[in-house]
Design a protein around this ligand. Structure first.
Ligand code: CP
Length: 313
C-alpha cells in the first residue's frame, strides 16, 4: 500500500471514476485501508457525529445500500434510508422534486442509486449537499470500482502492470465502466470479454482490448472480474440461451486454467450461479475474493463519506 498522500479529496461529489486523477483515487483507497483496520478492531468513531446521510435508492440493492448504512453508523452519522416503494415517488413526485424536498431537510450527503445514466449528476446540480453515486443505470458505480481496487491491492499489492479481464454483460454494466476508468487510470491492462451483442460500441476508446473468445481473453491475466447478465435491462435477445452462454462465457475450472496460476476471481454480486460462473468455483475461497469485496465495501463507503465531509468539519 502506498504512503498516505497528503492531498485531500478535492471534489464536492463522487459521481464517477471518470475524470478522477490517480492522487484522488489513491487518497480514497488509502483512507479505505485505514478504515478497514478500524473495522477489523470492531471500533466505532465519532468523525461524522451530527452529520446526516440520506440513502435514496430508486433501484434494488443489497450490498451497496446496507454497506452505506453500516459505514455511516460506524462513523456515528445519522442515517435515513428511503426506498422508492415507500416514498411519494409512488404518487408521481419527480426525481428533482424528491431531491429538493430532501435537500430542504439539510442533509450533509445524499447517496443515490437510479436506473437512468446521468440522473445522479442531474440531482447533484439541484441540491446543496454532497452526492455519492451508488449506481446510475449502465453509467458508473464508483464505490464498487474502489472496493474492487482495494481487494486487488490487498491480494496483489499493486495495480499498475496487472492484466485484468472483465467478462460478461459489459453493455449494461456500470461496474465495468467504473472499473475500466479506475484500472486504466492506475496503469493496469484491461481486457473486456463478451459476445459482440454485449459489447458497447466504441468501448476500445476507453483503452481496453475486446475479446469474443474467453480462453484468449483470460490468457495470462492476474484478475478476472465476472459480471452477471442484467436481464432486467435487456429488451431483446442478446444470447442464444443461458446454456450456450455458460458454455462459451461462463467461468469454470477448464477456462480458468488459461489465466495465471494465482489469478484472482472477483464478482460484484449479485451472482447467478451456473450462468456466468460455475457454482463450485464461486465457493472456492482460494480463487475468489467475493466476500472480501463485500467486507471491504464498508470501509470504502466509510472513506467516501469521510472524504466528502472532512473539509466541512
Ligand atoms: N454490487 C452491487 O451493487 O450490489 P447491490 O446491487 O446488491 O448493491
Amino acid at each position: 500500500m502506498k504512503e498516505v498522500e497528503k492531498k485531500k479529496y478535492p471534489h464536492k461529489h463522487i459521481l464517477g471514476i471518470e475524470g478522477l486523477l490517480p492522487p484522488d483515487i489513491n487518497y480514497l483507497l488509502n483512507l479505505s485501508e485505514k478504515f478497514s483496520l478500524q473495522l477489523s478492531k470492531r471500533e466505532k468513531s465519532s468523525f461524522l457525529s451530527n452529520k446526516t446521510c440520506i440513502n435514496l435508492f430508486f433501484e434494488n440493492s443489497t450490498r451497496t445500500r446496507t454497506s452505506f448504512e453500516l459505514a455511516g453508523k460506524k462513523l456515528s452519522a445519522d442515517i435515513l434510508n428511503i426506498s422508492v416503494s415507500s416514498s411519494s415517488i409512488k404518487k408521481g413526485e419527480t426525481l428533482i422534486d424528491t431531491a429538493m424536498t430532501l435537500n430542504a431537510m439539510q442533509p450533509d450527503i445524499l447517496v443515490v442509486r437510479h436506473p437512468d445514466a446521468g440522473a445522479v449528476q442531474l440531482l447533484s446540480e439541484k441540491v446543496n449537499c454532497s452526492v455519492i453515486n451508488a449506481g446510475d443505470g449502465p453509467h458508473e458505480h464508483p464505490t464498487q470500482a474502489l472496493l474492487d481496487a482495494l481487494t486487488i491491492l490487498r491480494r496483489k499489492k499493486v495495480i499498475s502492470g496487472l492484466k485484468v479481464a472483465i467478462c460478461g454483460d459489459i453493455l449494461h454494466s456500470r461496474v465495468a465502466r467504473s472499473n475500466i476508468h479506475l484500472l486504466t487510470t492506475l496503469g493496469a491492462e484491461v481486457r473486456v470479454i463478451a459476445p459482440n451483442t454485449l459489447i458497447p460500441y466504441g468501448i476500445e476508446n476507453l483503452g481496453v482490448r475486446v475479446y469474443n473468445d474467453m480462453r484468449l481473453g483470460i490468457k495470462d491475466v492476474d484478475i478476472i472480474i465476472m459480471l452477471r447478465l442484467q436481464l432486467e435491462r435487456m429488451s431483446g435477445s442478446y444470447v442464444p440461451s443461458i446454456r450456450e452462454y455458460f458454455r462459451f462465457f461462463g467461468l469454470d475450472r477448464e477456462k480458468l486454467n488459461y489465466a495465471k496460476n494465482d489469478a484472482l476471481i472477483l464478482h460484484p454480486g449479485p451472482m447467478n450461479r451456473g450462468v456466468e460462473i460455475d457454482s463450485e468455483l464461486a465457493d472456492d475461497l482460494d480463487r475468489t475474493a467475493i466476500f472480501e469485496q463485500v467486507q471491504l465495501g464498508v470501509a470504502v463507503r466509510m472513506a467516501c463519506l469521510y472524504a466528502l465531509l472532512e473539509n466541512k468539519k
